[in-house]
Design a protein. Sequence first.
Length: 263
Amino acid sequence: MKNHFALVTGASSGIGLEFAKQLAKRGYNLLIVSNEEVIKKRAEEIKGSKDERISGLEVIPLVMDLGQQSSARELYEYTRAQEIEVEVLVNNAGVYHDKDILDDSEAFTSLIMNLHMYTPAMLCYLFGQEMRERRHGYILNVCSVTSKIVAQRLGTYASTKCFLSAFTRSLHIELKPYGVYVTDVSPGAVDTGLFSIPQWVTKAGKALGIIASPEMLVRRALRALFHGRSKTTIPTVFWQVLCFIILLIPTWMLRLIRRLGWF
């Protein structure tokens, strides 16, 4: 795989960084992208690993804001200029919050829609064409279990992830006959430090299979991707059951829950 690269967005920390590490262990050169300068340090850390599987691999950090509608084209043109052949595309960059739609700023609303919808869709479009022509490639889009949930304070986040999930499924059907695998990984709670919860709660959640570690999530996600599965939810049973239950809640009850201040 000397000339083959895995492109991972949002790779400076958490799930994205773990994707980069595990793909390197699979022998892929890396192009890792983030809007944070620390991505350069992360690249040096990966290259400095004592793991023999990573020795000699190329790890290229790129500082880029993917929240602009010009970002996907700029990133694609960068790979062409650097003669980087992307065999694996991981669309991981994103932001999370729970807030009423109209209480968000216009800037943030634009950012989350670009990060979760426009940029990953256009990266799939641009790199997907190359993969279809080569009749080989892998695309993994990090979606969310919330894509199936209609609830207050998750309106923007869940809706954008819903688009990405539907888009991914359609692309999976479209590209699999060409030898290109497209997978939707939908995490539930993941121990990335994103949520401010006590450590004992995190430990209990992981023990019960409710909270996933980044290592476990990425390992299962890549297994699903390289086996050509269209979708995987991690952790599995608890979140699938919870989403099913939430789907049964009528709108009037959601309004009542909001009025009572329960959520």
